[in-house]
Design a binder for this molecule. Structure first.
Ligand code: EPU
Length: 431
């Protein structure tokens, strides 16, 4: 398993370019299931979850070409011949977002069989709201052997009110409703920019969706969708992570190719914490020469402070003067990084949904373990300001969602390298 070795202490200086958003790319790839024609997606990030989605779609008979390098992250997906509308446990267990194929498959093929994802490192994460919504659209649902099976001759438009806000749930049902007969009105929808981006693609494919990006979405069902070309929005969480890296290390970093409007809650909070930023149309410059001060955060659905930035913000809070209270409202178990930060010298106490972070604590390098994608990013950030050489194990988590993070960090002055197994397994006597 790969590890990162990071020597802390360098201020980061220079420009870093943001990749396409993983969490917009995943539903957009699933949307290609809704048509026989080719869907071309630009700005697909080169991360492991995208490769997992390629395998997921290919297993159903789709032709997926991930074009990196000279193809400028352009991906083409053709789902002309779908042989098996199934998502196996093998794939779903490595990536929960695989459940995004449920809605499109039942809408296009009349049948879908998708493994139930089970819990993960950050919480229970059920998919009951996806299932209830599909039932409202007329699908028959059964659950057996760890799989959910949905069938419908043709889905029918319906009123759906989400019991609680769910991002992939909104996306899943949005895709399903595009091919339903009649109108669907969904309320209490997720307002994340990734939902609006998906709706943009679907409308280019011939769907009739209004209101995506607000809490009420109206979809007039059509009988067929066609191919389209679409550029994925920039990754706001990657951008936020680099902004915090610049602030933490006392550097001067220009985060380019991002969408500042998607980062308002974070930028507002950073201003409160004393971080200086200047914003232009598609870039954010962070100047980390101010003393950081404590500021509390509460994670919320968009446009609130994103849960996907909570772990990275906690790393920053360890270096701020005073006490910051970090409250996690979206997931029940998203503090795994806190104990690792404590091992590096942070002063953090967990009380249920709250983490009480007292700063400023000098951090010192240690061997630490990444537990999920954003937790890994938090440890990388802490390592950038720790004295000595931190070794972060299980960086496959970070590879799921950050494109070339070590190259991007190295280019702006971080000392970071990737190493493989320190003690590779011995070859057997026979071989
Ligand atoms: N929930 C239910 N029932 C459902 C669906 C969700 O109870 O049927 C609960 C969840 O357990 C959670 C809350 O609702 O407590 C919100 O979960 P949501 O469904 O919004 O999360 P998600 O769609 O599974 C997406 C992102 C996550 C991000 C969350 C919250 C993708 C592929 N994933 O997950 O991203 O944290 O929204 O913003 O879009 C990440 O990128 O690291 C990541 C985990």
């Amino acid at each position: 398993m790969d590890k990162f070795v990071i020597r802390g202490g360098n201020p980061l200086l220079g420009t870093v370019r943001i990749s396409g958003a993983k969490n917009a790319a995943l539903p957009c790839m699933a949307a290609a299931l809704l048509t026989e024609e080719t869907v071309t997606l630009q700005s697909i990030p080169q991360v492991r979850d995208i490769e997992t989605t390629r395998r997921l779609l290919a297993a159903m008979g789709a032709e997926v070409e991930l074009g990196y390098g000279r193809a400028h992250h352009r991906t083409t997906i053709s789902c002309r011949n779908l042989v098996s509308p199934e998502a196996s446990y093998e794939l779903v267990k490595t990536m929960r977002a695989s459940t995004l194929v449920l809605g499109p498959l039942v809408a296009r093929c009349g049948r879908a069989r998708v493994s139930l994802p089970g819990g993960c490192a950050i919480g229970a994460r059920p998919i009951d709201l996806h299932i209830k919504g599909l039932e409202r659209l007329g699908a028959k649902i059964s659950q057996e052997h760890g799989y959910v099976e949905a069938t419908a001759d043709r889905l029918r438009g319906a009123e759906i009110v989400f019991d609680r806000i769910t991002v992939t749930g909104t996306e899943d049902l949005l895709m399903a409703a595009t091919l339903a007969e009649g109108e669907t009105v969904m309320q209490n929808c997720a307002r994340e920019p990734e939902v609006a981006d998906l709706a943009d693609l679907l409308n280019k494919m011939g769907a009739r969706i209004e209101g995506a990006g607000t809490s009420t979405i109206r979809i007039k069902g059509v009988s067929k969708l066609h191919g389209a070309k679409h550029r994925i929005i920039p990754d706001r969480i990657e951008a936020g992570t680099f902004i915090i890296a610049g602030a933490l290390t006392g550097g001067d970093v220009n985060v380019s190719g991002c969408e500042p409007k998607h980062l308002t809650a974070l930028l507002q909070k950073l201003a409160e914490a004393g971080v200086k930023t200047s914003v232009s149309a598609d870039s954010i410059r962070v100047m980390g020469d101010n003393t950081l001060k404590a500021a509390d955060i509460n994670t919320e659905e968009y446009p609130g402070f994103p849960t996907d930035m909570q772990a990275q913000y906690m790393a920053l809070a360890t270096q701020a003067e005073g006490t910051s209270i970090v409250t996690e409202n979206i997931f029940e178990n998203r503090f795994m990084h806190a104990q690792e930060l404590v091992r590096m010298g942070a002063n953090i106490r967990i009380e249920g949904r709250r983490a009480i972070v007292r700063g400023k604590s000098p951090l010192s390098a240690a061997a630490v373990l990444a537990s999920d994608l954003r937790a890994s990013a938090s440890l990388v950030l802490a390592a950038l300001v720790a004295s000595g050489e931190t070794i972060i194990d299980r960086v496959y988590h970070i590879d799921r969602g950050y494109e070339n993070i070590e190259e991007k960090l190295r280019a702006i002055g971080a000392e970071i390298r990737r190493i493989g197994e320190i003690f590779p397994k011995r070859k057997s006597a026979a071989g």
